[in-house]
Design a protein around this ligand. Structure first.
Ligand code: SF4
Length: 321
């Protein structure tokens, strides 16, 4: 542990570095709790660079919790189109409806109340409390977990219950009494820019004098990944009179989005390509078919929300017609 007398020095070094080196990200420009909520949900499983254009587009379409709460699911999925993990978009819609219906449109500022909102887990609740309300909440994203594990030279798995408890307690021990936004932003940025995954840049680290890691490139330890699952996804391209047939997914994958219809038999393949969903390695193969009753047809220039593999496949096939 870092001694109490060194904690002040640690925080001053970290915070001073962040003030000079922190990136100007759209969601850092103000501390609007709604913008923080949207950005934190988008940043789950997606990189900062990929999120920025989606965040800016989303905030134009739904600038506040009120405008999101009255949107329908299809509009919301259309704005999310291309970002993946669509349950995040549906959760955001549920959260907005709940905040407007049960809390007068006000996002709570305390972690226990935030946790009562549908789809808000411990990470998002802490992030909103810290970034929007400046609370000293331990925000444990992948960057902060890595930095904390290295600072304390934690050489065990960070994904099991003991590891999670150690990281949380250690992160809490670093928290200042106030100024949670600056502190968590700085720790997160250190993980993104200096204490990177793989080989960290210790020579330019502002807190290297406090770091106990002996072989930081080997930390954090993680449980081995689950084996990949290989699948085939057989679909049809039914195109007539300038319109393409699609079906709405009832889930669980891509619930609410529109897909090329499933193939019931294989014929001459038009195109085939791989895509990945979590640990599923999927090969999509597309065959020609005639439109059928029950399938809905769309003008390719005005498509409903579709997941990326289906939208890409359709773009190639329509181009070839
Ligand atoms: Fe990470 Fe190296 Fe800094 Fe330790 S000294 S916190 S391992 S960058």
């Amino acid at each position: 542990m870092i001694s109490k007398q060194n904690l002040g020095k640690f925080r001053r070094s970290l915070h001073g570095w962040f003030r000079k080196n922190g990136r100007d990200l759209p969601w850092r420009r103000n501390r609007d709790p709604y913008a923080v909520l949207v950005s934190e949900v988008m940043l789950q499983q997606t990189t900062v660079a990929a999120v920025i254009p989606f965040f800016e587009r989303w905030m134009k379409a739904f600038p506040d919790v009120w405008s999101l709460a009255v949107a329908d699911e299809e509009q919301v999925l259309k704005q999310w189109e291309g970002l993946g993990y669509y349950s995040r978009a549906r959760n955001l819609l549920r959260v907005a409806k709940s905040i407007v219906a049960d809390n007068g449109g006000v996002i709570p500022d305390q972690v226990p109340e935030l946790l009562l909102l549908p789809g808000i887990g411990p990470y998002t609740a802490s992030a909103i409390a810290a970034f929007a309300f400046d609370q000293p909440a331990a925000v444990l994203d992948a960057n902060i977990i890595r930095v904390v594990a290295r600072l304390f030279d934690f050489r065990k798995s960070v994904t099991d219950a003991n590891g999670k408890r150690f990281i949380e307690q250690s992160a809490r021990s670093l928290l200042p009494g106030k100024g949670g936004n600056l502190h968590s932003s700085a720790l997160m940025e250190l993980g993104a820019l200096v204490c990177k995954s793989g080989k960290p840049e210790c020579v330019s680290c502002p807190v290297r004098g406090f770091c106990m890691a002996v072989s930081p490139e080997k930390i954090p330890f993680k449980a081995p990944r689950k084996m990949a699952v290989h699948e085939r996804d057989l679909r049809v391209f039914a195109f007539a009179n300038g319109r393409v047939s699609l079906v709405r997914s009832v889930g669980p994958r891509w619930k609410g989005l529109w897909l090329l219809p499933s193939a019931t038999r294989e014929g001459k393949m038009l195109i085939g390509f791989p895509y990945i969903v979590t640990r599923h390695r999927i090969r999509m193969e597309i065959f020609r078919a005639r439109p059928r009753a029950g399938w809905q047809t769309f003008d390719p220039a005005h498509l409903p929300p579709m997941p990326t593999p289906h939208r890409r496949a359709l773009a190639i096939l329509v181009e070839r017609e």
